[in-house]
Design a protein around this ligand. Structure first.
Ligand SMILES: [Fe+2]
Ligand SMILES: [Fe+2]
Length: 359
C-alpha cells in the first residue's frame, strides 16, 4: 500500500477522522523483504525527493528550457546573468529529482515495502505568472528564508558543523520569493545592460542561492543516512543517488557567486534584500567569500588530531533526517502546509532516524 494513500482516502471524511487515520500515531509501515531500517531510510529519502521534484518543477516551468516567449523570459534572463546555461541546468536538475523519486518508490514496491505518496498534500497555491501550471503544490517558494551559510561552511579550513561550529551567511535572504508570483514580478528596465529590473533580478538571485541551499542539503543527507543502512544494495542506491546531489550542489555553488549585486525592497511584502559583491565588498566577507573557491576547503574531520581533509559536511548521522526536515521547515518551504503534512513527514523522519545498521 502507498503510505499516504490512507490520507488521500480520508480527505473527504473530515479532519477529525483524517487525523485518526494518519500513520503518525504509531502505525507500522510494511518493510516487505527489506530490512526495517533500510525501508524507513528509503521512505524518508523518497519523501525528500518528491519535495525536491515539486520545487524544481516550479523552477523549471518558469526558468527552464521550455520558456521561450512571453513575460517570463525576463526571469530567465535574470537567471542567465548567473550563467547562460542556467535554463538547461534547471531542467536537468528537475529531471534528476523526478528519477530519484520514481526509482526509490519503485525499489520499495519491488521489495513489497510501503511506498510514499504526498499527492494528498499538494494543495498550495501555484504562481500565476505565465508558464506556471495551475495545479496544487507541495512546496512554497514565495517566502523563503534562504540559509546561505553553506557558502562560508565549505570555505572554512578550521571549522566543521559536526563539531558544533556555526557559519555566517554569505547573503541574508529572509521572506523573499524565488519565483515570479505573478506577471507583476516580471518587470523590464531598459537602463540595465540585461534589460531586467532589480525587482526581477532579485528574484532570480534568490533562486540562484536557493538552488545551492537545496542541493547541499541532499549532499549531506545521503552520506549521513548511508551510515545506518544495513543491506549492501540499499547502500549502493543511497551512495549512487547521493553522488548526483553533490554534482548538483557543485554546479549551483559555482553559479550563485555570479548573482549581480543589488538592493531591492519587495513591493508586496516590504522585505528588503541586499546582494553583496562577494569578491569586492569592502569589509564584508574578505578572502573567505571569494567566488571561485568552489571546491570544498580541507577542514577538520572526525578528530582535530587528524590532518585536514576535503570533505562533505555535515555528515553526522544522529538525527540527520529530522535535522533535514527542520531545516526545510525553517526556510518557509512548507509555509501554508497542513498539520497532517508535518505529522506525516515527522513520522517518516523519526522512523529513518530510528534505523540502525545490523551486522
Ligand atoms: Fe534528488
Ligand atoms: Fe537534489
Amino acid at each position: 500500500m502507498k503510505k499516504g494513500a490512507a490520507a488521500a482516502g480520508a480527505a473527504a471524511l473530515g479532519s477529525a477522522l483524517l487525523s485518526e487515520r494518519l500513520p503518525a500515531q504509531g502505525a507500522e509501515e510494511a518493510s516487505g523483504s527489506l530490512h526495517k531500517g533500510d525501508a524507513a531510510i528509503l521512505r524518508f529519502l523518497a519523501a525528500a525527493e518528491i519535495l525536491e521534484t515539486d520545487l524544481w518543477q516550479q523552477y523549471n516551468e518558469l526558468g527552464g528550457v521550455d520558456v521561450t516567449s512571453g513575460p517570463t523570459l525576463l526571469y530567465v534572463t535574470g537567471l542567465e546573468q548567473l550563467d547562460g546555461d542556467m535554463p538547461q541546468y534547471i531542467s536537468d536538475n528537475t529531471d534528476d529529482e523526478l528519477t530519484h523519486e520514481k526509482f526509490i518508490n519503485a525499489y520499495l514496491a519491488s521489495k513489497g515495502a510501503d511506498t510514499v505518496d504526498l499527492t494528498p498534500f499538494a494543495n498550495l497555491q501555484p504562481s500565476t505568472a505565465d508558464g506556471a501550471k495551475q495545479v496544487g503544490r507541495l512546496t512554497n517558494l514565495m517566502h523563503l528564508n534562504v540559509d546561505t551559510s553553506w557558502w562560508t561552511r565549505y570555505r572554512s579550513s578550521t571549522q566543521n558543523p559536526d563539531f558544533g561550529d556555526t557559519f555566517r551567511q554569505a547573503q541574508t535572504i529572509n521572506n523573499r520569493t524565488a519565483i515570479p508570483r505573478s506577471n507583476d514580478d516580471l518587470v523590464a528596465d531598459a537602463s540595465k545592460m540585461s534589460g531586467v529590473s532589480d525587482r526581477t533580478q532579485a528574484i532570480a538571485n534568490v533562486a540562484g542561492f536557493h538552488f545551492g541551499t537545496i542541493e547541499q542539503g541532499g549532499t549531506s543527507l545521503y552520506p549521513s543516512l548511508a551510515q545506518r543502512v544495513t543491506n549492501v544494495e540499499v547502500l549502493r542506491i543511497v551512495l549512487s543517488i547521493g553522488g548526483t546531489e553533490i554534482a548538483h550542489f557543485q554546479t549551483w555553488h559555482d553559479k550563485a557567486g555570479n548573482a549581480p549585486p543589488l538592493t531591492d525592497i519587495d513591493p508586496v511584502t516590504g522585505s528588503k534584500v541586499v546582494f553583496h559583491d562577494l569578491n569586492n565588498d569592502p569589509g564584508f566577507g574578505g578572502e573567505d567569500f571569494q567566488t571561485n573557491l568552489i571546491m570544498p576547503e580541507p577542514t577538520i574531520f572526525l578528530n582535530r588530531n587528524f590532518p585536514a581533509c576535503s570533505i562533505i559536511r555535515p555528515t553526522n548521522t544522529k538525527g540527520a533526517a529530522m535535522a533535514a526536515l527542520h531545516g526545510l521547515t525553517a526556510s518557509n518551504l512548507f509555509l501554508g502546509q497542513s498539520k497532517q503534512f508535518f505529522a506525516f513527514l515527522r513520522d517518516l523522519a523519526e522512523d529513518a532516524d530510528d534505523a540502525r545498521r545490523d551486522g
